[in-house]
Design a protein around this ligand. Structure first.
Ligand code: GLC
Length: 597
């Protein structure tokens, strides 16, 4: 549309269209009117903290080591927590620190009520809670209810007990198929590769039954049809709530209940939709009875003061199904993985954001937004990757075409600014506020993710996004530890330490702090979303939220900006002078801006 000015949240917005290459260069720029569409999302009716929260994920083993073990620990988190508080986040999601043989970096728990000596003691946890309370930050504990470690006392007891015993009923033991039970009970595959069943000898030494493990063989799945399992977990929840936990991130929340009879499944091991096998048919995911578990958990959380929350890792498809996890009497939040997996594509981003808001609005829950975590390549790497081989959960290795770090960082900051403008809850993964990418040149001998060994190296695994953080230049591991870290850091991280970025006003660290501050000041988390008309098919994607115009340039040419105050741009070079725009400013490619028209 051309011509008249239009209103934007009460302000007049005029954008000029840049001359196209097929237009005569002498043609004066036409006025392009940008209207806001009807609201896709109205301001939130509730104002509880979790409806607008920013939650920062700490991956303890890579945060900060105080003992010289090369592995981060709880005292390290307590010591450095003020740095995270100064970002202006509401809560920490703390990845597992429980007793564990660390076969899956702590997601294999051998005692849910104990801190692994690698990370400290229960007293250290209590000190962390005290410091978090002082800094007014909540600590969410990562609970792993689908499976435990094969070292857990209940599983050891099951192995030592005969088939059919009460001890075995805590897990999913079945006889094998075929002659002498040589074949696994069904065809399910482990997420990490290979069969999801492992055979064990009977207590008398004869070849025995198989147990189910949707992940590594060291992670036996619990039998959630057995009420004793539910009772045990409710007691574990209370244990951490009593100690001051602000709630829980719930690992693999969609997998607890399996369809009766454990029927064969020919779809993908991760349950994602695949041709002929829609997610809804997966017998190990999203079974209706799983929601009863979370209704009970919600009622437990509600018995505690301070709005303790549950956040689901419910990797289900489509997004409308994911919204079932956050109905009013279930969890508070669910990670929006479809948003994370959407690439640098204006139309696809607009579609998934619209769909997410609609789906979560329908159940009265906030949508969440997330770009990085400990299971996927960091977004500074994903968005700079030129290799089509980049796969979620795997990342890039030394043999792959390497990502463009400059492009990756520019796009990562732009994507973050765009995400933080969205209404709902946002997640930040430790180190993204330093602009870190993956260690894409990590030598293979360091790889520890079980998926690397289980697939004989066919899958790289997730170690590349789990590298210890760079704090300062005081030690060879950049202030992470007095020793070498459990994974080496990439070349070049010496220039992006937290200390170096504190001293640089243009740093990614200052940029995150400013964005989070403005998000809070303008109350964007509880705000509305009105798309800017006509910005979804081409290079520009934009929306209005609470009087702030959020624009992201995914194209290859500068886009003229409307008049207004630039609240924040994604980099020092994101906004350039332009004689073509009425405002005198244009938004460069791979950049984002928040404007107050
Ligand atoms: C979740 C965790 C992942 C872990 C898996 C098995 O997806 O985020 O790191 O490997 O569950 O517990």
């Amino acid at each position: 549309m051309y011509g008249n000015a239009s209103t934007f949240d009460g302000f007049v917005v005029m954008l000029e269209r840049m001359p196209q290459t097929d237009e005569h260069p002498a043609t004066p720029p036409a006025h392009l009117e940008f209207r806001l569409e009807d609201a896709t999302h109205a301001p939130s009716s509730g104002n509880e903290w979790w409806r607008r929260s920013v939650i920062y994920q700490i991956y303890p083993r890579s945060f900060r080591d105080t003992t010289g073990s090369g592995i981060g620990d709880l005292p390290g988190i307590t010591a450095e927590l003020h740095h995270i508080a100064s970002l202006g986040v509401d809560a920490i999601w703390l990845s597992p620190f429980f007793a564990s043989p660390q076969k899956d970096a702590g997601y294999d728990v051998s005692d849910y009520r104990a801190v692994d000596p690698l990370f400290g003691t229960l007293a250290d946890f209590d000190e962390l809670i005290a410091e978090a309370n002082r800094l007014e930050i909540k600590i969410l504990v990562d609970i792993v209810p689908n499976h435990c470690s094969s070292e857990h006392a209940m599983f050891r007891e099951a192995l030592a007990s005969p088939r059919g015993s009460a001890a075995r009923e805590h897990f999913i033991f079945r006889d094998g198929r075929g002659k002498d039970g040589q074949l696994p009970p069904n065809n399910w595959q482990s997420h990490f590769g290979g069969s999801a069943w492992t055979r064990v000898p009977d207590p008398d030494g004869a070849p025995g039954q198989y147990y189910l493990h949707l992940f590594d063989h060291s992670q036996p799945d619990f039998n959630w049809d057995n009420p004793a399992v539910g009772d045990e977990f409710e007691s574990i929840l209370r244990f951490w709530l009593d100690r001051g936990a602000g709630g829980f991130r719930v690992d693999v929340a969609h997998a607890l209940i399996k369809a009766s009879g454990l029927p064969d499944w020919h779809g993908r091991a991760d349950g994602a939709d695949s041709p002929g096998y829609p997610f809804a048919d997966a017998p190990m995911f999203g079974q209706p009875a799983v929601h009863d578990v979370y209704r009970r958990w919600r009622s437990i959380c509600d018995q505690y003061p301070g709005e303790r929350v549950l956040c689901a890792e419910a990797n289900v498809h489509p997004i409308e199904a994911m919204a079932d996890w956050v109905r009013p009497d279930e969890m508070h939040q669910s990670f929006n993985f479809p948003f994370l997996h959407t690439g640098w594509d204006a139309a696809a981003l607009k579609a998934i954001i619209t769909r997410s808001l609609k789906a979560f609005d329908a159940v009265g829950a906030p949508s969440t937004w997330v770009l990085s975590n400990h299971d996927v390549p960091r977004h500074a790497t994903r968005l700079g990757a030129v290799s089509p081989a980049l796969r979620p959960g795997d990342g890039l290795g030394p043999e792959d075409v390497q990502p463009d770090p400059v492009l990756g960082l520019a796009r990562a900051r732009a994507a973050t600014l765009f995400m933080l403008g969205l209404p709902g809850g946002a997640y930040i993964y430790q180190g993204e506020e330093l602009g870190l990418g993956d260690h894409t040149l990590l030598p293979h001998e360091y790889r520890q993710d079980p998926s690397y060994a289980r697939t004989n190296g066919e899958r790289l695994g997730r170690d590349g996004c789990r590298v210890p953080l760079p704090w300062n230049d005081s030690t060879p591991s950049l202030g992470f530890s007095d020793a070498a870290g459990w994974l080496p850091q990439p070349e070049g991280w010496g220039t992006v330490t937290r200390q170096a970025q504190e001293a640089d006003p243009d740093s990614t660290l200052h940029f995150y702090r400013l964005a989070l501050d403005l998000r809070r000041t303008h109350n964007l988390g509880l705000g509305n979303l009105n798309w800017v008309e006509g910005t979804d098919g081409a290079q520009l994607l934009g929306f209005g939220n609470s009087g702030v115009l959020v624009l992201l340039n995914l194209g290859t040419a500068p886009v003229p900006l409307p008049a207004g105050d630039v609240l924040l741009a994604s980099s020092a070079t994101a906004v350039a002078r332009s004689t073509e725009a009425a405002s005198g400013l244009a938004l460069n490619p791979d950049a984002a801006v928040w404007l107050r028209p």
